[in-house]
Design a binder for this molecule. Structure first.
Ligand code: ATP
Ligand code: MG
Length: 348
């Protein structure tokens, strides 16, 4: 293992510098039932959660909601994901043996009847454990009210819940904890907010990481990486891994990384269907200008695609900000991820 292993980290010794986040997560789970781990893409959410749970030797069910099908999510596809995860744990097989709604055997766990009632029975059998819903904003794309399910578990079960997401605005739009009309309204929760590394932390991470790999890298390359990857720990890991395994130069690593970021963006924009073109155009203008005011974005989109009503543009900008692709700083919009910005400039 080591810092540059591209998988989410699971062991304390591979996790760089997340002491305070670990302790907030710990106290949040000890004192309450719900912890929200938020952070933009590649800030280390999954690593933090998995390392914590393994370190504490807690039994947990980890559901990566990004693995759910695109389009509308049915209760059935959620049950598939749950079956798969439960089947991986001996403790879960044991806990579910007496539950009438499922069969348990060498094949793992299968729901006999695929209904909400069965799901609730299984959740009851998981009392005392931890349920992790990673990238939970994906659950918004469903006719089934997953927010009600979370509220039910919160109110009636002895179950700790960790909800995590990289599209932070969308995550909170899904949870609606401050909306009096919503099932989770007013429930107490702890938020663990992940942040970027400072330049000094980025340097320390890279130097230690290369030391672990026994690779010597010049100061110049380290400085360049700090500048290009802007404290995003997942990109620094990607860079360290690529450099040590293939010896590529930083420009081609950055190009590859930005293609990856672009394909993730494309995937996320698919939900907007034919509206997607306008989203792309807005991103392109912001990426090209580096920082763009509202009027500049509007003028730019209209020059390419014709008139756009203010409220349509406002919705697009809100969705892009809630998805974490752009942010507003002093009345100007910018792309949050420098690697994505590079990709949009170069390949869009
Ligand atoms: N504290 C850390 N120490 C070492 N490596 C880390 C740390 N945090 C994240 N990484 C590495 O960065 C990459 C992204 O981490 P991870 O998948 O945990 O982040 P994430 O926020 O869940 O990302 P995503 O938004 O893509 O789900 C992985 O390669 C992981 O190994
Ligand atoms: Mg993750």
């Amino acid at each position: 293992m080591g810092y540059f292993n591209p998988e989410p980290k699971r062991r304390r010794e591979d996790l760089f510098n997340m002491e305070s986040e670990l302790s907030t997560l710990d106290s949040g789970l000890k004192r309450g039932k719900l912890v929200v781990v938020s952070g933009l893409r590649r800030y280390g959410k999954t690593s933090l959660i998995l390392t914590y749970l393994n370190e504490k030797r807690l039994d947990y069910v980890y559901l990566d909601c990004r693995l759910l099908p695109s389009g509308m999510i049915s209760l059935n596809s959620f049950l598939n994901l749950l079956e798969e995860e439960l089947s991986r744990h001996d403790w879960a097989l044991k806990a579910l043996r007496g539950v009438e709604e499922v069969s348990v055997g060498g094949f793992g766990v299968r729901f006999k009847v695929r209904s909400e009632r069965s799901l609730l029975r299984v959740l009851h059998a998981l009392e005392g454990k931890v349920l992790v819903l990673d990238e939970a904003q994906e659950l918004r794309r469903s006719g089934y009210r997953f927010d009600s399910l979370i509220a039910y578990a919160y109110d009636h079960l002895d179950l700790k819940i960790i909800v995590s997401g990289s599209m932070i605005g969308l995550l909170y739009r899904f949870l609606r904890i401050n909306d009096p009309e919503a099932p989770l309204y007013g429930r107490a929760f702890t938020e663990v907010k992940l942040r970027k590394l400072s330049d000094a932390e980025s340097r320390e991470f890279l130097i230690k990481g290369f030391e672990q790999e026994g690779v010597r890298v010049s100061d110049e390359v380290i400085n360049e990486a700090i500048k290009r990857f802007d404290g995003v720990i997942g990109w620094l890991t990607y860079f360290g891994f690529a450099l040590t395994t293939s010896g590529e130069d930083i420009d081609s690593i950055l190009d590859k990384a930005s293609k990856l970021a672009l394909s993730e963006l494309e995937h996320a924009l698919r939900v907007y269907g034919i509206g997607e073109r306008r989203y792309r155009e807005v991103l392109k203008i912001i990426a090209t200008l580096g920082r763009a005011r509202w009027s500049e974005v509007k003028r730019g989109v209209e020059a390419r695609l014709g008139r756009i009503p203010n409220n349509t543009l406002a919705t697009i900008i809100k969705n892009l900000a809630d998805s974490g692709f752009i942010r507003k700083e002093n009345e100007e919009y910018e792309i949050t991820d420098p690697v994505l910005q590079h990709g949009i400039r170069k390949y869009y």
